[in-house]
Design a binder for this molecule. Structure first.
Ligand SMILES: C[S@@+](CC[C@H](N)C(=O)[O-])C[C@H]1O[C@@H](n2cnc3c(N)ncnc32)[C@H](O)[C@@H]1O
Length: 286
């Protein structure tokens, strides 16, 4: 990119000690990732129990689905299993911080999601993408590593939130689509990418949202390449909530920002920093 689009970075941790500290060993060799696919909203699971809780984020109330990792993946209640299940069934604090920041940005007039094309990467519960739907984005595409997460959690959670708000907000005009796959391959199925691998000059997403996606050093490069393929040039922006350091795995904002700086194609700014007991986290815009 000749002109640097803004990549604002904002920290997001609450100091609850959830610094992915459960990952205390170097990243192991991973199994081959599941193939990239589009998951249709009609493929929503009807066999897995789905319950909802309310989440209050400042003045906003959203719904958060609850499903069992054991029921969906046959795994005990683990936060993630690298290369198999990447944590999408749990609601991570970064996504709440991201929604708060988006609301603040909207209120101050710095951000208007209305009419925009939005992509949420590593969505899980997808609260930031759901917020974009409620704010009238034209397009919201959701991506997760696991198709099961999209079928059993993301789609039911979006449906629950939209039907809850449909009496008070004009929803239903947004094009919502769902894509599963690894960041190194999912561009093959995403609609708004430039598959030449160059910065996207022909469209792309106006806004990319992501929370708690940069904990694995090995995945950061493919995530960044994907962002460059998908982000509209030159005015697109990425809003990202992440921790400075994810204990045990070594990923975090330091490595990610250093990669961006070395590449020299994007600029970033820090929007919010929360200091916690164990780590600090941030929201940024790329
Ligand atoms: C820690 S979870 C965060 C989920 C959600 N954003 C939140 O904050 O609640 C990480 C997310 O990134 C996705 N993810 C992690 N590694 C990935 C990879 N290599 N390729 C594609 N998606 C990945 C996972 O599927 C998951 O949705």
């Amino acid at each position: 990119m000749a002109t640097n689009p803004p990549f604002q970075l904002f920290p997001s941790s609450q100091g609850s000690g959830l610094g992915l500290g459960f990952l205390d060993s170097p990243e192991p060799a991973l199994p081959p990732p599941p193939p990239p696919v589009e998951v249709l909203s009609s493929e929503v699971s009807s066999s897995v129990d789905f319950e909802v809780d309310k989440v209050t984020i400042g003045e906003i109330t959203l719904l958060k689905g609850r499903v069992s990792t054991k029921e969906v993946f046959g795994l005990p209640n683990s936060d993630l299993v690298p290369g198999v299940y990447e944590g999408g069934l749990k609601l991570w604090e970064g996504s709440i911080d991201l929604v708060k920041t988006l609301e603040k940005e909207s209120q101050t007039g710095n951000l208007s999601l209305s009419g925009n094309r939005v992509l949420e990467l590593g969505c899980g519960h997808a609260l930031p993408g759901i917020y974009a739907c409620l704010k009238g984005s034209d397009v919201v595409h959701f991506q997760d590593f696991n198709a099961e997460v999209l079928r059993c959690l993301t789609i039911p959670n979006l449906n629950a939130n939209l039907s809850e708000k449909s009496s008070s907000v004009s929803v239903g005009e947004t094009e919502v689509r769902f894509f599963a796959g690894d960041w190194s391959e999912v561009h093959q199925v995403l609609p708004l990418v430039n598959n030449d691998g160059e910065t996207n000059k022909k469209g792309g997403y106006d806004v990319i949202l992501m929370a708690e996606t940069i904990y694995s050093i090995s995945a950061q490069k493919s995530l960044y390449q994907l962002i460059k393929r998908c982000l509209a040039y030159p005015d697109g922006a990425v809003y990202m909530a992440a921790k400075k350091y994810y204990f045990g795995v070594g990923g975090g904002t330091r490595q990610f920002l250093s990669m961006i700086e070395k590449d020299g194609k994007m600029v970033y700014s820090m929007m919010n920093i929360k200091q916690g007991l164990h780590c600090s986290s941030s929201t940024m815009i790329l």
